[in-house]
Design a protein around this ligand. Structure first.
Ligand code: CA
Ligand code: CA
Length: 145
C-alpha cells in the first residue's frame, strides 16, 4: 500500500463521493477528501496547506472541512475552517478521528473515510444545519496529490 492509486478502487471512490453528498444533506458545511502518498510534516499542518491550495475558504459561512490522508506516511487529519472553529471546542473532531482510526488500523480505508465523512456531517449539523437554498459550494470529488 504505497501508491495513492492503490489506496481505493474507482468503485470505492464513488462510494466516498456519495457519502459526502449524503453528509452535506445534514449541514451547510462542505466536506472534501484529499489523499496523497506521503508528507514529511505533521498531518494537520499539511491539511491546512492543502485546504488553502484547494481554495476551500470559498464558502459563505467559512465552514469547509478537509479530511486529509497521507497513505504511505500512515497519517491523517481533519481541519475545519474558521467559521467552525469560532463555534466549537478544540476536541470537536476527536470522535470523528477515533471512528476513522479504528477502521484505518484494520486496513479498511474506505469504511474509515465514509464513517468519518458521515460523522463530520452529523457533528456539523448542530452548528450549521442544512439550508433549503443549499448550493454545493465545494465539489464532492476526491482530490489527489
Ligand atoms: Ca452545500
Ligand atoms: Ca460539496
Amino acid at each position: 500500500m504505497s501508491k495513492v492509486e492503490d489506496f481505493l478502487t474507482a468503485e470505492e471512490e464513488q462510494e466516498i463521493v456519495a457519502a459526502i453528498g449524503k453528509a452535506e444533506k445534514n449541514t451547510s458545511g462542505e466536506i472534501r477528501v484529499h489523499i496523497e502518498k506521503e508528507t514529511s510534516i505533521a498531518a494537520i499542518d499539511r491539511a491546512v496547506e492543502v485546504f488553502q491550495q484547494l481554495n476551500m475558504e470559498n464558502t459563505q459561512e467559512r465552514n469547509g472541512v478537509i479530511i486529509y490522508v497521507a497513505v504511505k506516511s500512515h497519517k491523517f487529519a481533519i481541519y475545519g475552517d474558521k467559521g467552525i472553529n469560532e463555534k466549537v471546542n478544540d476536541d470537536f473532531w476527536n470522535c470523528t478521528k477515533d471512528a476513522m482510526a479504528n477502521h484505518f488500523k484494520e486496513g479498511n480505508f474506505k469504511q474509515g473515510l465514509i464513517d468519518g465523512i458521515l460523522h463530520a456531517g452529523e457533528q456539523l449539523k448542530k452548528y450549521f444545519p442544512y439550508q433549503d437554498n443549499d448550493t454545493d459550494e465545494l465539489t464532492n470529488e476526491i482530490s489527489k496529490g
